[in-house]
Design a protein around this ligand. Structure first.
Ligand code: ZN
Length: 402
């Protein structure tokens, strides 16, 4: 029937609007919630009462109002539930356990042997580490596991994660992890997950249009327009790494020519270093993290080949970001990813200058370019936001009020 259905939907919507607002902008009083969400004071009172009864919200104190009674301050109950964010990459598996207020409680990091082409080692590490992280917690308090991965993640029900170098397309990564640990699992591209975290809590907070550029073994971008993640028709929007910067350029791992990924992914940066070396350079080989560190050290010492490789990287990154700026007109561009953070401080000023020279003037009026503040926890934080997003969207499920 139409009328009851509309009533139920409205209540669900009110729960979602109120909890999401309090989560992102709180703590605050009932009156402030009403004023800022345009929900009536009586609706706010009803919804808040239900959420306090369920233990999702707490009254944490009181504020003095002018000439009136003190008003109770509402906040999220940090211990209502726990979230795990996983950064699952070709080189490593990192996990962070957060409480519901996003306070970091515990973390783990495991390096993965180079050349691993199947997901089993990654899944085994995730399962073992999740069980360690939540050993002291009631299992039903764990709201879910968010996993940020490189590459395209196809929409539900075919959640398939995988970088181009992985041969993971046959199975569902989310289902396999969920099977191993028996908890809800949400998988998303790492750059998209990180864009969500930056928009909600990071450098992008307060901005409606932001782009996160992620540099690592591969490269990608997460685009937030009008405060929402831009996914495209099949959730593959943001595959910025495979935009072309040179039609006859390097062969990319996607099979195309001249993709950004083949110049800005760490293997590509190291290839540039080798190409500029006049006689048999070997320090670009081996572990990627260590090799990139050696490149930065050589650059700082004035090594000619290292300087040329960094200059190439700045030129290509500036062009790639300028293209994004021309296409999406963002307020902020945030550079992150393990390699982005490693090399970011060395190249940031030159990249800002490069983008300024190449993006159309009209797109630059309020543009800021900076580095992610989440540092090495960025993707784990973003991945935990996937669980939070689900929790905040489904908050009515936790209410006992009918
Ligand atoms: Zn490509």
């Amino acid at each position: 029937m139409l009328v009851p259905k509309r009533t139920v939907d409205l209540r669900r919507l009110n729960h979602t609007v109120l909890l999401r607002h309090l989560y992102l902008h709180g703590p605050m009083s009932r009156l402030e919630l009403s004023q800022q969400t345009d929900l009536s004071p009586s609706t706010v009172t009803n919804v808040v009462t239900a959420l306090i009864q369920d233990g999702v919200l707490l009254e944490t104190g009181a504020t003095k109002s002018r000439g009136g009674r003190p008003r109770a301050i509402l906040d999220i109950n940090a211990h209502y539930g726990y979230l795990i964010g996983v950064d699952l990459d070709e080189t490593h598996v990192q996990l962070v356990l957060f409480d519901l207020s996003r306070r970091k409680l515990k973390a783990t990091y495991d390096a993965i042997s180079p050349g691993v082409k199947t997901p089993e080692p990654h899944i085994a590490v995730v399962a073992r580490r999740v069980n360690e992280l939540i050993a002291d917690l009631p299992r039903d308090k764990v709201l879910g596991i968010g996993v940020g991965v490189p590459g395209i993640v196809e929409p539900h029900p075919l959640l398939v994660g995988g970088a181009s170098t992985w041969e993971w397309r046959a199975g569902s990564l989310a289902e396999r992890i969920a099977h191993a640990i028996d908890l809800p699992v949400f998988v998303e591209n790492g750059a998209k997950a990180m864009a969500l975290a930056e928009a909600w809590y990071g450098v992008g907070r307060g901005a409606q249009d932001i782009i996160v550029v992620l540099l690592g073994t591969s490269v990608g971008a997460g685009v937030v327009t009008q405060g929402r993640l831009f996914r495209g028709t099949t959730n593959s929007a943001g595959e910025w790494g495979h935009t072309k910067v040179s039609l006859d350029g390097r062969i990319c791992r996607c099979g195309g020519n001249g993709c950004l990924d083949s110049y800005l992914g760490v293997p590509g940066i190291l290839t540039s270093w080798r190409e500029h070396a006049s006689n048999g350079l070997t320090s670009a080989d081996g572990d990627q993290v260590a090799a990139l560190e050696r490149l930065i050290t050589a650059y700082r010492k004035g090594d000619a080949a290292a300087k040329a490789a960094v200059r190439d990287t700045v030129r290509v990154l500036s062009a790639g970001i300028a293209n994004l700026v021309n296409l999406f007109n963002p307020e902020r561009v945030i550079i992150g990813g393990w390699a982005g953070l490693q090399i970011g401080e060395v190249i940031l000023e030159d990249v800002i200058e490069g983008v300024k020279a190449q993006a159309l003037p009209a797109t630059q009026a309020s543009l800021l370019i900076g580095l992610s503040q989440f540092r090495q926890d960025a993707i784990c934080t973003g991945a935990a936001c996937l669980v939070l997003d689900e929790f905040l969207s489904l908050s009515q499920e936790f209410s006992t009020t009918e």
